[in-house]
Design a protein around this ligand. Structure first.
Ligand code: TXA
Ligand code: MG
Length: 343
């Protein structure tokens, strides 16, 4: 299959570009499109076969539910039942935006393979002009995971989508760089208080300001044989090709570690803030100032992918504190590291 890329930033006849995307989707195909978090790979959420194609293109395990993207708040009642008052407050405050709300699902509307193993549905209105225009032209809900091969870092530019999915999907709408660079926060509204299943673009602090208490879901608190609440949490994610280790932001310690790794014939890539000057790394991927966590978050996935362009045999990634979007940043780093920490 040939993959076409249309630059929706620059083309004059934008409506024509959207018309092509809409036709592909209505015929049961999949289309990659930008959101404010990362690129998504969309299929019409009521079309079981289209959703099946999406799982196949990504190589995604079929037991991991998909977020359903909608264009207007009114649509929530079509797919979700029992919408608590706090959810209305959150939609008012953060939609369109990087917050996915999980509700009990109205049965029989969304294709069953969108929500395998759960009786709930995750909904969000993305805050990106291309995503919104696509959804509002299509007038249908889009099931859309991040548009990467399963397990790889999420795409923050169209080139990342092409790297992973070229030849497997018919169309990428290229809207340039995504803004946030990390995925939406997934918040389970079926618990009291609501539970953060995945930290993301809307921070815990922001949620608490609007609705008070929230709790954070931790795999450690789940018995091994219990089905995870958010099945996505059990899979390796965001992983570059070389093994990745999280390290503390200590220059001397990192430089000593690199010295001994080099003695074992390793080539070392380091991902970290611009303030940390590591003189002996083979590659240093600068995420921006440690004072600017938003920049660090926006650059993380690209840095992980850039490591794959090198011959690094090991990657050291410098940790940040957990304030603000730092919680989402560290969640992704720890997942990419699969628990590896250098200490
Ligand atoms: O920012 C984002 O959320 C991006 C853009 C494209 O919208 N999407 C994204 O989708 O990150 P994906 O499929 O890569 O991650 C969705 C996460 C998974 O961890 C999944 O398990 C969880 O959300 N999830 C989806 N529906 C759920 C549900 N009903 N209950 C619990 N977890 C759910
Ligand atoms: Mg993903």
């Amino acid at each position: 299959m040939e993959t076409k890329v249309i630059s929706v930033d620059k083309v004059v006849d934008k409506n024509e570009s959207y018309a092509q995307a809409v036709t592909i989707l209505q015929e049961g195909g999949v289309v990659a499109f930008p959101t404010e978090t990362v690129y998504g790979l969309g299929a019409i959420a009521t079309d079981e076969q289209a959703v099946q194609r999406l799982f196949e293109a990504k190589g995604r395990p079929s037991d991991n539910p998909l977020i359903v993207h909608i264009g207007t708040e009114e649509e929530v009642t079509l797919y979700a039942k029992e919408i608590p008052e706090q959810a209305h407050t959150l939609m008012e405050a953060f939609w369109p935006g990087p917050l996915t709300l999980v509700f009990d699902r109205v049965p029989g509307v969304i294709a069953p393979n969108v929500t395998p193993g759960v009786s709930t549905i995750g909904l969000r209105i993305p805050c990106h002009p291309v995503a919104l225009k696509l959804l509002r032209t299509l007038k249908a809900p889009l099931a859309a995971p991040s548009a990467n091969q399963s397990g790889k870092p999420s795409p923050t530019r169209a080139a990342h989508v092409m790297k992973d999915l070229e030849g497997l999907i018919p169309l990428v709408l290229d809207g340039g760089l995504t803004g946030l660079g990390l995925e939406s926060t997934v918040l389970d509204m079926t618990t009291e208080p609501p539970t953060i299943l995945r930290p993301g673009g809307v921070t815990e602090e922001q949620l608490m300001e609007v609705i008070g208490a929230v709790q954070t879901y931790s795999t450690q608190t789940v018995a091994v044989d219990e089905a995870p609440k958010s099945p996505g949490v059990k899979y390796t994610h965001y992983a570059p090709e070389a093994p990745l280790f999280v390290v503390e932001p200590n220059k001397e310690y990192i430089e000593e570690a690199i010295e001994s790794l080099k003695k074992d014939d390793h080539q070392v890539a380091v991902i970290g803030p611009e303030e940390l000057v590591i003189s002996n790394a083979n590659w240093y991927f600068n995420l921006g100032s440690r004072e600017d966590k938003n920049a660090m978050a926006a650059n993380l996935y690209n840095a992980l992918r850039q490591c794959n362009e090198t011959t690094a045999s090991i990657i050291l990634a410098v940790e940040t504190d957990l304030g603000g979007v730092g919680a989402a940043f560290m969640n992704r780093l720890e997942r990419a590291a699969d628990g590896n920490k250098l200490d």
